[in-house]
Design a protein around this ligand. Structure first.
Ligand code: NAD
Length: 384
């Protein structure tokens, strides 16, 4: 991590509120570090140095409510990469929650390490202790590399955790259902029919959401092409849903109608866009566009992109059962409404001759500003 990202305790906005006394009582291999984004507006809140692993929690905004976002466990190449991911993901959560008008802010955690680690107790207890120090300003949950059973461990240290087994449970099936609705909406917009029978979908990433998305698509009669860096994950899709497997690097160029990124972010970029034969990109992965301009590039190529945070909002609706006391039926209805939300984004982008990601951002920002009674988009970033 560059020194510019390491702030001192007396940083102007230090949300970490570390409970020194408690830490002294509980000696652990974890060292609390504080980080600040260079602009000084987005304030990363700190993290746990875990030897040899490492976690960072980032709060992007608590203007509309507590910052909510999952914990990602991944072998990042560097601390800088992990921090950049945490900050981008936390921003995405602010937009994801603002778009459907939820009274929630945006946050995210990342943990550096091998997510296949067998003994997870120390890491997730430490994660829970750190979340607890934030006093409810950040609520954690599952993400890539973490599962409801990890959140059960977190829960022993803090109540500020969602996606627990006995409560709203694994968000992946409902997230997948929302992505499926976004795929239907995209098909309707482009081909004037949302029937997916005979349509070929290339799925990148056959993990929790990728698996359930494949299940929905198979039931609708779609043909599947699948890839994962973990061969075991792909074999389930071959056996259960008749998927055709390809190598991870080949998934972009396969002959498919729809490309569904369900692994990590940044996969839509200068290298991959020219390879895409699919006419639609819709998936569960957060931050699919490496840079905002790649949304414009997709538009120029005539590829319809359903913005990630609109398509993958099902998990947060599911979390609202725990977070806001929503009825499960309400969560389910909100997931179905992803269809209309995605169509609204497409119509707005068309009317304004802009990319779909920019159209979605503008709709989310307007909703955010109206709900918060603010005038200026820059104020979205301020944590309280
Ligand atoms: P997961 O960890 O269960 O699955 C991700 C899969 O992607 C893994 O099987 C992994 O091996 C695979 N993968 C990683 N790199 C790859 C590559 N280069 N090529 C192919 N496969 C690769 O995670 P998940 O819960 O299924 O989440 C998938 C994506 O959806 C993530 O970006 C996550 O942030 C996003 N998302 C998930 C939820 C949810 O409810 N779980 C909600 C919203 C968004």
């Amino acid at each position: 991590m560059t020194s510019s990202l390491i702030s001192s305790r007396d940083a102007s906005k230090d949300f970490s509120n570390v409970d020194e006394e408690r830490r002294r009582e509980e000696p652990s291999p974890f060292e609390v570090v504080l980080v600040a984004e260079q602009e000084g507006v987005i304030q990363a809140t700190g993290g746990l140095r875990v030897i040899p692993d490492y976690s960072l929690d980032a709060i992007h905004s608590t203007v509309l409510g507590p910052a909510v976002g999952g914990a990602r466990f991944w072998n990042y190449a560097s601390e800088d990469e992990a921090l950049a991911d945490a900050l981008r993901l936390s921003r995405g959560m602010t937009y994801k929650n603002a778009l459907p008008g939820l009274p929630l802010g945006g946050g995210k955690s990342v943990i550096i390490g091998d997510s296949k680690l067998a003994n997870r107790e120390a890491i997730f207890r430490a994660h829970g202790r750190f979340v607890e120090t934030l006093g409810g300003r950040y609520i954690t949950a599952e993400d890539v590399g973490t599962s409801p059973s990890d959140m059960e461990i977190v829960c022993r240290e803090t109540n500020h955790v969602a996606g627990l087994l006995g409560r709203s449970g694994d968000p992946a099936p409902i997230t997948a259902r929302g992505v499926f609705r976004a795929i239907e909406a995209s098909a309707k917009y482009l081909w004037n029919s949302d029937r997916l029978a005979g349509v070929t979908v290339a799925i990148q990433g056959c993990g929790h959401v990728g698996y359930h998305l494949a299940k929905n698509l198979y039931a609708a009669g779609a043909r599947l092409i699948a890839s994962d860096v973990d061969a075991e994950k792909v074999s389930r899709l071959i056996e259960e849903f008749n998927a055709v497997a390809v190598q991870p690097d080949d998934i972009f160029a396969v002959s498919a109608d729809i490309f569904a990124p369900c692994a990590l972010g940044g996969v839509i970029n200068d290298r991959t866009i020219p390879q895409l034969l699919a006419r639609i990109v819709v998936g569960a992965a957060n931050n699919q566009l490496l840079e905002e301009r790649h949304g414009e590039m997709l538009k120029e190529e005539g590829i319809l992109y359903a913005p990630d945070y609109a398509a993958n909002a099902g998990g947060i609706f599911n979390g609202c059962i725990e977070l806001l006391g929503s009825e499960p039926e309400r969560a389910s209805k909100k997931v179905d409404e992803i269809y209309e939300t995605v169509l609204e984004i497409f119509e707005t982008a068309k009317a304004e001759d802009t990319s779909t990601n920019k159209a979605a951002d503008r709709i989310a920002e307007n909703r955010f500003l109206a709900a918060a009674g603010l005038q200026n988009v820059a104020e979205m970033k301020l944590a309280t």
